[in-house]
Design a protein around this ligand. Structure first.
Ligand code: GLA
Length: 367
């Protein structure tokens, strides 16, 4: 009886959540070869999320402030063509096949060495020259959201094996759920994340330095001058990277710290406390100006907190304002950078017959 009640209750709340989210899609623009790029609008009473097939990207994300007023908190462009012109920021995208850096774009798997295209100093960043962020995925409506699919052929950017990747965005009241999965027909490596830049005061409203960050991590992976991990897991304690208690992003960003100098601000991977494979807290951000709170949970072992240090006024928001230095931040839940070259890091190898699966959630509240 009790069990039946639990089942019924679960079913009711699931139906209620699905019923509250509407999904619509339209054409947002066209790829240079004429392929249509679709934009999906997911709407619940609390959140409106727009995502597109190009790069499986978040285009806009409207949430309520403490007065109940909706506002966009994701950096992005009004027109599709502006995304094609920007090969620098990765706004809203799902980078792949390997998000973050691989040293010299090189790694070995089963005794064979692979060379990935280089696009960031000496390294491969976010999957090389033409990564998943630059490709038009296919989209299909699913309950409460959309599923994007991409097939990356054997040898794409130098990676071995054909990889089929799926990303699902679903919206459940005040929570966005992002699920990633992938399979391959040969041993390969995979690391998928979402590269949305948040500004909780509002897209185009200026600096993120007054927003207050907590990261659920006691350690991070220190980097060298090209932002490749040294392989150590170092304690954050006593450094400006310690966000185990809340701190304004800007409070210690200019501190005399070697890592902060190498990153031109925060651009590091934190080692999350939670158990990999199970949803655990990754980070929380509170914006005193709007009252918005973003809580990030993930099944991934790490999170790259990037404070928008490469934004330099080149690109313009849909509000007309320039995106300047540190006008947005990213919380890229992921496996650690350069894992294929660090046997002590959680593995990013994917073998035929296995399915890679991960999940990240964004929950929006106010205070
Ligand atoms: C990631 C990297 C940054 C930067 C951005 C894109 O967050 O860690 O160094 O390259 O992507 O600009």
């Amino acid at each position: 009886m009790k069990l039946l009640r639990v089942i019924l209750l679960t079913m009711t709340s699931f139906t209620a959540a699905s019923a509250a989210t509407t999904v619509q899609h339209n054409v947002f623009g066209h790829m240079p070869d004429g392929q249509p790029v679709e934009i999906y609008t997911l709407k619940s009473p609390a959140v409106e999320l727009q995502v597109m097939t190009y790069g499986a990207r978040v285009v806009s994300l409207d949430t309520k402030d403490r007065n109940g007023k909706m506002g966009d908190i994701a950096l992005g462009y009004a027109n599709f063509n502006e995304y094609l012109k920007d090969n620098k920021t990765y706004f809203g995208s799902v980078p792949g096949r390997y998000a973050n850096r691989i040293a010299n774009g090189r790694f070995s798997l089963d005794g064979k060495t692979y060379q990935i295209t280089i696009n960031d100093g000496p390294n491969a960043l976010h999957g090389g020259k033409v990564g998943f962020a630059d490709l038009n995925w296919s989209g299909k409506e699913i309950p409460s959201g959309v599923e994007f699919t991409l097939v990356s052929p054997n040898g794409d950017q130098g990676f071995p094996g054909t990889l089929t990747a799926h990303v699902r965005y679903t919206l459940h009241d005040n929570k966005v759920v992002i699920e990633y999965s992938a399979t391959a027909d040969k041993p390969t490596v995979v690391n998928l994340t979402n590269h949305t830049y948040f500004n909780l005061t509002g897209d185009g409203s200026g600096t993120i330095l007054n927003e207050v960050l907590t990261i659920d991590a006691d350690k991070y992976t220190p980097v060298n001058s090209t932002l490749i991990p040294t392989g150590q897991l170092a304690p954050v304690g006593g450094t400006p990277l310690d966000f185990t208690t809340p701190h304004k992003i800007g409070e210690r960003i200019n501190a005399d710290n070697e890592q902060l100098k190498l990153g031109h601000g925060y651009d590091f991977n934190w080692v999350l406390r939670g158990k990999m494979g199970v949803l655990h807290p990754a980070a929380q951000v509170y914006d005193p100006a709007s009252g918005r709170v973003l809580s990030v949970e993930t099944t991934e072992p790490g999170v790259q907190f990037y404070s928008g240090n490469f934004l330099d006024g080149t690109f313009k928001s849909r509000t007309g304002a320039k995106y300047n230095f540190r006008d947005g931040f990213c919380l890229e839940t992921q496996h650690f950078p350069d894992s294929p070259n660090h046997p002590n890091f959680p593995t990013t190898e994917l073998k035929p017959g296995q399915t890679f699966h991960s999940e990240t959630t964004w929950t929006f509240t106010t205070k």
